[in-house]
Design a protein around this ligand. Structure first.
Ligand code: HEC
Length: 179
């Protein structure tokens, strides 16, 4: 039995030692221009999904699907999100092209199929180890639900909201470069 415990202690110490060596020698590359290792991505995704499933289960959007609410969501999106997630042309900004974890261009790779609560959770709490900020610190739940409403209906907006969406200026890197 004693040998067994010594074995466990030795194994844990070896893992910690290898981790420390990796960190202090720079074997874990710190630049954002590296690709995340599969194990890091798998661990971060598993933790995110488990937390969201627990904390947002059954949540539904309390905001009514009206032009007014969709347009409010689009305006909040334009001010806070387009720089990383693109406008209706789905073209990435210079900023978005440099992230360690790629930010999806939502006009192309949207979240229309995702449960309301899951999208709301991501907006409110952000996504650790990525550039996705926690907006709960600065935007109200009501504002965030309106953005979630817009994201849900992005591919089938009624005309007034669609016109507002198409009006958001492109953030494409070539547009930025031209200034
Ligand atoms: C500074 C950059 C940045 C800003 C600003 C930002 N995001 Fe993100 N967002 C990201 C990144 C990077 C990811 C990808 C994270 C990941 O995959 O783990 C992400 C992920 C997401 C996701 C999940 C996408 C999916 O496929 O599951 C949603 C939804 C989202 N963001 C919405 C928003 C909204 C809405 C706003 C504005 C209120 C916003 N983001 C602002 C960088 C940003």
């Amino acid at each position: 039995m004693r040998g067994f415990f010594n074995g466990i202690v030795f194994t844990l110490a070896s893992i910690a030692g290898a981790g420390a060596i990796a960190i202090f020698t720079g074997a874990l590359p710190p630049g954002a221009d590296n690709k995340p290792p599969a194990i890091e991505e798998a661990a971060a995704n598993a933790s995110l999904h488990a937390t969201i499933a627990r904390e947002s289960h059954g949540m539904t959007n309390p905001v009514a699907n009206t032009d007014e609410n969709l347009i409010a969501g689009i305006k909040t999106y334009g001010a806070n999100c387009a720089v990383c997630h693109g406008a209706s042309d789905a073209k990435a900004s210079t900023l978005a092209k440099g992230f360690y974890i790629e930010s999806p261009m939502l006009a192309k790779d949207g979240v229309e199929e995702d449960p309301d609560g899951s999208v709301f959770w991501k907006l409110k709490h952000g996504i650790r180890f990525s550039a996705m900020p926690a907006f709960g610190a600065n935007l109200s739940d009501d504002e965030l639900w309106k953005v979630a409403l817009f994201l849900k209906h992005m591919d089938k907006l009624p005309p007034a909201a669609d016109a507002e969406w198409k009006k958001l200026p492109s953030v494409a890197s070539d547009v930025a470069a031209a200034h």
